[in-house]
Design a protein around this ligand. Structure first.
Ligand code: GRF
Length: 214
């Protein structure tokens, strides 16, 4: 096993579409100063996302990219890449981003894009499994546990290598809303932690899987 260096501050881009409560956790934890993580830019597909209000309040630059505003797919991806390169981004963090990541970004940032899913993948993942649809499906299935999955992003929805999973038991009278609330609490604990580990080179992915270093 090779020596890990770590310690260098990394620049992250956070991609959001919705309310941005995970983004808020990052802001609270990393701003104004964190030795490992700098939230350099926020990117959204949705100009009305409340997450952008949070970015603005924290004085983080933000940009909106809508596929419909670009003629070709490659113009659209190149515009995103231009911003990511301008801010020298090291790591892309998806936090409730509802749009497929262009493959040009996946190629440009190999093993440097991470997502969080509000269930225990590979179950309850893939197209259509987002928001309360996930929790409804989990409860309907009779599963005794749900949880969170933090994983690398590849070309397929919710199918990249898993970095970390945490599970919680369902209660007898669980509803999609109650489960969503408890899952969010887990996310707030673990997503900022995993991002710090990634920025500190404590986690590495290769063909043999994901390794974590002490
Ligand atoms: C989270 O539950 C996350 O697991 C999923 O999208 C949700 C985003 O919530 N990918 P928020 O916008 O951070 O509140």
């Amino acid at each position: 096993m090779r020596e890990k260096s770590g310690g260098m501050k990394k620049k992250i881009a956070v991609f959001v579409s919705g309310s941005g409560t995970n983004l808020q956790q990052f802001i609270d934890r990393y701003r104004p100063e964190n030795p490992l993580v700098d939230i350099s830019v926020v990117i959204s597909n949705n100009p009305n996302s409340h997450a952008l209000v949070r970015a603005k309040a924290a004085r983080i630059p933000f940009y909106v990219f809508k596929r419909s505003e670009y003629g070709t797919h490659s113009e659209y991806s190149q515009a995103m890449l231009d911003i990511l390169f301008e801010y020298n981004i090291d790591l892309i963090v998806l936090a409730g981003y509802m749009v497929k990541i262009p493959h040009q970004l996946i190629t440009a940032y190999p093993q440097k894009i991470v997502n969080i899913h509000p269930a225990l993948l590979p179950d309850f993942g893939g197209k259509g499994f987002y928001g309360n649809f996930v929790h409804e499906a989990v409860i309907r299935s009779g599963a005794q546990y749900s949880g969170i999955t933090i994983h690398f992003v590849n070309e397929k929805y919710d199918a990249g290598q898993i970095i970390l999973q945490k599970k919680i038991p369902l209660t007898a009278d669980e509803t999609p809303d109650s489960l969503a609330g408890r899952i969010h609490q887990l996310e707030y604990i673990w997503y900022p932690q995993v991002i710090e580990w990634l920025c500190n080179d404590k986690i590495e992915q290769d063909v043999n899987g994901v390794r974590m270093y002490d």
